[in-house]
Write a protein that binds this ligand. Structure first.
Ligand code: SAH
Length: 217
């Protein structure tokens, strides 16, 4: 590989995301500065800047860059916002959130992924608190959150997560069947009122846990 190969690919990816309709300059700038090759499986480093999901260990995937950019833009992150992520995976999405200035809390149910992502995020000096466990029940100690981002497909919207949103806070969550989901943007208007908008269709790995799917099939 030529030394600048990955940098050139990264620049092309950002142009691509713009063409596909991502307009949030802060998100684009962060993604233009973040080495995605550090998060992908070593076998896929050359493909780190394709706009596609790539395999991680344990049948999990690092989300497609377009999906990361799209979901992140929906949260309208302000510096120091507390953001909870369910499904740390590679840690890439958490890294994007942290670089936008958020205080990020991220939960992963696969121990090996949790451990690897924690290491990668530390090596890059990013401020993300990670936890090994079932994210469908949230992380109550740090609630309420200005944003919750669920990066695995849920059968229904977990009630416990809704209750951990701040008033005015937003949750992005794919929900549908095990293969295909609709992305929802939910805003907590008041203690008991939630506003929900249906967005594009996506394909995520299943959210498995107490308020998700039962064990993997
Ligand atoms: N955000 C990740 C994408 C990860 S794919 C990235 O940027 O790379 C979704 C992840 O959700 C998988 O790693 C899967 O193990 C995890 N997951 C599924 N159900 C979960 C649950 N209940 N709690 C925490 N993590 C979960």
């Amino acid at each position: 590989m030529k030394p600048n190969f990955l940098n050139d690919q990264r620049t092309k990816l950002i142009e691509n995301l713009r063409e596909r309709g991502i307009t949030d300059e802060d998100v684009l700038q962060v993604m233009a500065s973040l080495p995605r090759e550090k998060f992908v499986h070593p076998a896929f480093i050359q493909r780190a800047y394709e706009d596609s999901a790539l395999p991680l260990i344990n049948q999990q995937t690092i989300s497609q860059p377009y999906t990361v950019a799209y979901m992140t833009s929906l949260l309208h992150i302000q510096p120091n916002d507390k953001i909870l992520e369910i499904g740390t995976g590679s840690g890439y999405q958490a890294a994007v959130l942290a670089k936008l200035g958020a205080k990020v809390y991220s939960i992963e149910r696969e121990f090996d992924l949790h451990r690897q992502a924690t290491k990668t995020l530390q090596e890059l000096g990013l401020n993300v608190q990670t936890r090994y466990g079932d994210g469908t029940i949230g992380w109550s100690e740090h609630a309420p959150y200005q944003g919750i981002i669920v990066t695995a497909g849920a059968p229904d919207i977990p009630k416990t997560l809704l209750m951990q949103l701040a008033i005015g806070g937003k949750m992005v969550i794919p929900s549908g069947d095990r293969k295909t989901q609709t992305l929802y943007l939910i805003t907590r208007q008041s203690e008991n009122d939630f506003d929900s908008t249906e967005l594009e269709e996506f394909k995520f790995v299943p959210l498995i846990g107490r308020e998700g799917w039962q064990e993997a099939k």
